[in-house]
Design a protein. Structure first.
Length: 364
C-alpha cells in the first residue's frame, strides 16, 4: 500500500529542535488518508500548512486532516498544532490530557489545601499548550480521543505506549503535577532542560559502543504516544520516548505478534537524537543487533533537528548505523520518505549521516 511521510524543517526561522510530521496513505479504494503527528513550534505549524497545501491538496480539494496525534505536551511538539487545528478541517484529535485523570491520582495528593477543582486548574496551567489545543478542538467540535496503548486508528496506526497505568505513573512522577515537593525531581528536570556543550573526545569503533544502559529522560518525554504504522514497509513514530516507553512499546508489540525489529522499515529517532532516550539493549530489541561493519539492512531512520543544532549526537547516529540503519536529518529542511508514491519534481536524494569514531564525552 502506498504511503509517504514528511518531516518538516523551517530553515533558519527557528533555532530549537522540534518535531512536525505529516503522512498520508491510500486506502483500499485508492483514497488518501492524512495524519499529522506533532506540529513542532509555531514556525513549523505554518510551514506544515504550506507543505500540505502544495503537496497533499489540489486547489479545489476539501482540506481535511483525518487524524491529528499529539505525542506529548512539550511546546516543540504542540505549538504548531494550533495552526493545523485552526486552518484545516480536522476529523479527530488524539491527545492525552492530565486533568482528566485527577480522580485516578487523587490518593497521591499530599497537600491538604489542594482541591480536585484547583488541581484541574493547576494542571491546565502547567500544560498550557495541550490546554489550548483542547479549547480549539472544543470550539470547532473536533472529537478528542485518548491515546493509550491498544488504540487502533483507521486499522493502520496502533498506539504501543503509553498504557493508562504507565501514563498515570508518569503523571505522578512529573514535577508539573503539584502533589508533593520533591527536590530530587526538580533537580532532574533542571538537568534535562540545561543546554549542554558537547565535546567529541571519546573514541568509538564499530565494536565498541559508548551508549549507556542506565539512562533516563523526563516523565513528560516518557508520556510520548508511540505509533506503529502497518503500511508497506511499516514505520514507528516515537516522539520523545525514553527507554521505559520504548521497552513497553516493544513488549506490547511482541505480545500482539508484531516484533518491531523484524517488521519496521522506517523509524523516527527519539528526542532529536539525544542519548538519554535509548540504550544498546533497547536498540537491539527495537531495530536489531549490530551488523558487520559497513553492512546495511534496508531500514531508514529520520531525525528532526534545527539547522544550527548540535543534535543528533554522533554517538546516537553510530548506534543506529552499526545496526544497519541509514540515518537522515532534517537540519532545517523538509525530508521525505515514501513507498509507491509519485516522485516530486525538483526533490533530490539525501545522503545519510556517516559513522564517525569521535563521539561526545559524557558529562560525569
Amino acid at each position: 500500500m502506498a504511503y509517504e511521510i514528511d518531516f518538516i524543517g523551517v530553515g533558519d526561522e527557528c533555532k530549537k529542535d522540534a518535531d512536525a510530521i505529516v503522512l498520508r496513505w491510500k486506502d483500499v479504494l485508492g483514497n488518501y488518508k492524512i495524519a499529522v503527528y506533532d506540529g513542532g513550534l509555531q514556525a513549523h505549524g505554518e510551514k506544515m500548512e504550506q507543505h500540505l497545501n502544495r503537496y497533499y491538496f489540489a486547489e479545489n480539494d476539501e482540506k481535511v486532516i483525518d487524524y491529528v496525534i499529539c505525542s506529548h505536551s512539550d511546546s516543540d511538539h504542540t505549538s504548531g498544532l494550533k495552526n493545523i487545528l485552526e486552518k484545516f478541517e480536522v476529523r479527530a484529535l488524539y491527545m492525552n490530557r492530565p486533568w482528566l485523570y485527577v480522580d485516578d491520582i487523587w490518593d497521591k495528593v499530599r497537600d491538604g489545601r489542594i482541591t480536585k477543582n484547583s488541581l484541574i486548574e493547576r494542571l491546565k496551567n502547567k500544560y498550557p499548550y495541550i490546554n489550548s489545543l483542547e479549547e480549539i478542538a472544543q470550539n470547532k467540535e473536533i472529537p478528542i480521543y485518548e491515546a493509550f496503548q491498544g488504540t487502533v486508528i483507521d486499522n493502520k496506526l496502533t498506539i504501543l505506549s503509553p498504557n493508562k497505568e504507565f501514563y498515570l505513573e508518569l503523571l505522578v512522577e512529573s514535577t508539573k503535577t503539584p502533589l508533593i515537593n520533591d527536590s530530587a525531581n526538580i533537580m532532574l528536570l533542571k538537568f534535562f532542560e540545561s543546554v549542554a556543550q558537547y565535546v567529541k573526545n571519546l573514541i568509538e569503533t564499530w565494536s565498541s559502543e559508548k551508549l549507556r544502559e542506565n539512562v533516563s529522560t523526563s516523565a513528560e518525554n516518557e508520556m510520548s504516544v508511540v505509533i506503529y504504522g502497518e503500511i508497506n514497509d511499516n514505520f514507528l513514530l516515537t516522539g520523545d520516548a525514553g527507554i521505559r516507553a520504548l521497552d513497553k512499546s516493544i513488549t506490547y508489540s511482541e505480545n500482539i505478534g508484531k516484533v518491531l525489529k523484524d517488521n519496521v522499515g522506517f523509524i523516527q529517532v527519539p528526542h532529536h537524537g539525544g542519548r538519554h532516550n535509548i540504550s544498546p539493549s533497547i536498540l537491539n530489541r527495537l531495530i536489531g543487533d549490530v551488523v558487520e561493519e559497513g553492512e546495511t539492512t534496508g531500514k531508514t531512520a529520520f531525525v528532526s533537528v534545527a539547522n544550527s543544532s548540535d543534535h543528533p549526537l554522533q554517538m546516537v547516529v553510530n548506534a543506529f548505523t552499526r545496526r544497519g540503519v541509514r540515518v537522515y536529518q532534517t537540519k532545517g529542511n523538509i525530508i521525505h520518505h515514501h513507498r509507491d508514491m509519485p516522485n516530486r519534481l525538483g526533490w533530490t536524494t539525501l545522503e545519510p549521516l556517516g559513522f564517525e569514531q569521535k563521539v561526545e564525552a559524557w558529562d560525569d
